[in-house]
Design a protein around this ligand. Structure first.
Ligand code: GDP
Length: 195
């Protein structure tokens, strides 16, 4: 796998991901226990976890993978270290992503409220409306423990102008759909660049 910061390893290399062929940096955000690690392992699948020596933000928890979406290849660099870092690291993650998967657990209302807070913070760091964010209600297999209804979450996503999907990492349900959705959003942004 190629590395994220291969130009010079400096933080500056994080701010320019628009050159052709460079991976989309997708950040997993969300309270602890909502399923970010489970998401990252499904994504990483058989692919090797990257050697991220030259990535000062990421520790080991970075995976890069090429996937095909609508007949076109896309490379995603998935960052899943957000809730393991200090405040500085967390703020950095708010700035370096090209797109965000904002997870909560449908069995944990507090994690849903946390997702709303994170969305507000994200919009502060990323005011551009076209930084794609998908609100992801994970653990939808646990129907009897549901604390957040689909309609409530969908309404909340609409208010914050992001997409919404319910997933089950345990059942591998809709997880890839979430990644495909992110790539489609990024392509829409790329194709209608007005910033
Ligand atoms: P993280 O703290 O956000 O990285 O959450 P983890 O990925 O470590 O998941 C926390 C716990 O929830 C683990 O025991 C997972 O096995 C479990 N888990 C994650 N996703 C799902 C899911 O979709 N359904 C169910 N039933 N359990 C899940």
């Amino acid at each position: 796998a190629s590395s994220a910061g291969e130009s010079d390893g400096s933080r500056g290399s994080w701010s320019s991901s628009d050159s052709p062929g460079s991976p989309y940096r997708v950040v997993l955000l969300g309270a602890s226990g909502v399923g970010k690690t489970a998401f990252a392992s499904i994504f990483a699948g058989a692919a090797d976890s990257m050697d991220s020596d030259d990535c000062e933000l990421c520790g080991d928890e970075v995976a890069e993978k090429e996937i095909e979406v609508d007949g076109e290849a896309a490379t995603i660099l998935l960052l899943d270290t957000w809730d393991k870092g200090d405040e500085w690291t967390q703020e950095s993650f708010m700035q370096i992503g090209d797109a965000y998967l904002l997870l909560y657990s449908i069995t944990d209302r507090a994690s849903f409220l946390r997702a709303s807070e994170l969305r507000i913070t994200l919009r502060r760091f990323r005011p551009a409306r076209h930084t794609p964010i998908i609100l992801v209600g994970n653990k939808c297999d646990l129907v009897r423990r549901r604390e957040v209804s689909t309609s409530e979450a969908r309404a909340s996503a609409a208010v914050f102008d992001c997409k919404f999907i319910e997933t089950s990492a345990a059942m591998q349900h809709n997880v890839w759909e979430a990644f495909y959705g992110i790539v489609r959003q990024l392509r829409l942004r790329r194709d209608s660049k007005d910033d």
